[in-house]
Design a protein around this ligand. Sequence first.
Ligand code: ZN
Length: 605
Amino acid sequence: MTIQYRIAPADLSGHYFDVTLTIALPDPAGQVLWLPVWIPGSYLVREFARHIVTLTASADGAPVGLTKLDKHRWQAAPVAGPLVVEYRVYAFDLSVRGAYLDDTRGFFNGTAVLLAVAGQEDRPCRIKLVAPKGKAYRDWRVATSLTPDGAEPGGFGHYRAANYDELIDHPVELGEFTSDTFKACGVPHQIVIAGRHRADLKRLKRDLKKICEYQIRLFGEPAPFQRYVFMTMVTGDGYGGLEHRASTALMAARDDLPRAQDTDIRPGYRQYLGLCSHEYFHSWNVKRIKPAAYAPYDLHREAYTRLLWAFEGITSYYDDLTLRRAGLISEASYLELLAQTMTQVQRGAGRLKQTLEEASLDAWVKYYRQDENSPNALVSYYTKGALAAASLDLTIRLRSDGQRSLDDVMRALWLRYGRDFDARGQGVPEDEWERVASEAAGLDLADFFAQALRGTGELPLAGLLREFGVDSQLRPMAGGADKGGWKDLAPNGAGNSLGARVTAEAGGVKLTHVLEGGAAHAAGLSAGDVLVAIDGLRVNAGNLDGHLGSWPAGSRVGIHAFRRDELIERELVLASATADTWGLRLLDTAEAAMLARRRGWLGGA
Ligand code: ZN
């Protein structure tokens, strides 16, 4: 028997969805209902049930008692007939991970608003999306990758899913959004943009098509979905994305979308394309090739795996690489992105303490719960994972004399686990990933994995890059906006560094992170301190570097700062900026063998 849902924007200004759930055959012992505590793809316990404000049940028009069992589960009193559950959910999370409703737009992930029926999670589901009442909303439409079951394309009405797992993996956008379509390898793709914008959709379609076709062909046609939807919410400064089996929900800054007058790809647009590429790649890597720990997902509690680096790190490696291989950006532009990733990893002492496997396992309590000490304490399985993936790819290419690559590893994982995931539901066991990789590469990679995944030593990437005709430099940061990339070094060095991350604050400069071993750490400054003067002169975000650079390294200068509302005085021993910034460029004098390797790597196989 089908589980029936009905969801309606009820009080738009109050941000409430009303949901009705009808269960034809409730558990005779008393039906248990539950809401996920986390959403797949975002590894933090979010307790979505806290947003349910009222919940009642009835059968045959008579009320049925409900008992709250714990933070996310309820149990109805035993009834024979259809059980009807009605509840109201507060939806005001403007992110890709929850639900949102106001009088301009609605959005939801099923994980935040659709209760699961315990013991009946495998049954087919039917959901009715109801339009908000009122003339002001008559132009509202629907965007979702859910399969229509009576609804017109883009319309309110009925949709269906094979089971609860599928039901909650198709986010839904409601409102007056911009939309366009294109085909990639024959598969229909839809672009949906909500929020005010002036994006050039023709340009976006053309560029996304290249990304999609490259990735579909990388794993082999056919694509693993019948249809795909890129959903973007535009705000002034948004950034983020979440992957789903046939769609992605994204947040982007308005200025990062392409404009009609653009002649090339601006850095913001390059970043947006990288985000689209990242989430699209997840259609294969994590939505279908999954760790066994996610097959199926346990949405009642944290699901632990040491393999998150492979699902996020490898996806982070291929997101930018796809832009290059699909011909959207130059080799130099790709190397700039890679150098920025290398720089992000280099700038945290956490890389010397946490391994990639540890970072994966502790994602729930470390990566997703970052604080002022995080750069000193943890490494990102995204960024270091991407560098491990790059190192693995180049190692395989070099040792197999160009015959194999990480592409072969991904295809082997796809054939073994991903392609038939829907039928077999088999995830990658924790100890199988490395075995499949070694087999697909035709190499013994045990030493590589021991070092890259279970060690905290530096990855061999710079040395490998040289074999591919890429020159590297590790240099001091040149000012606060320097994210990495090649720079010809000034003969006098790069000045002094405070050894802290800062943000502008009225009347001074606020330290957000004090980096281990830096000058601020040695001077006894803490995160949260607001630096107001150096040697009696007022500082702000604009003149800080200039002040620090006006003394030779080793000088001792008095500083004033506010800690909470108390003025403190400390002595700062100025230290030269350490080399924490990577630059990469094509080697002018590369040998023919290097050039051939580079073509194989960056030009696509
Ligand atoms: Zn991801």
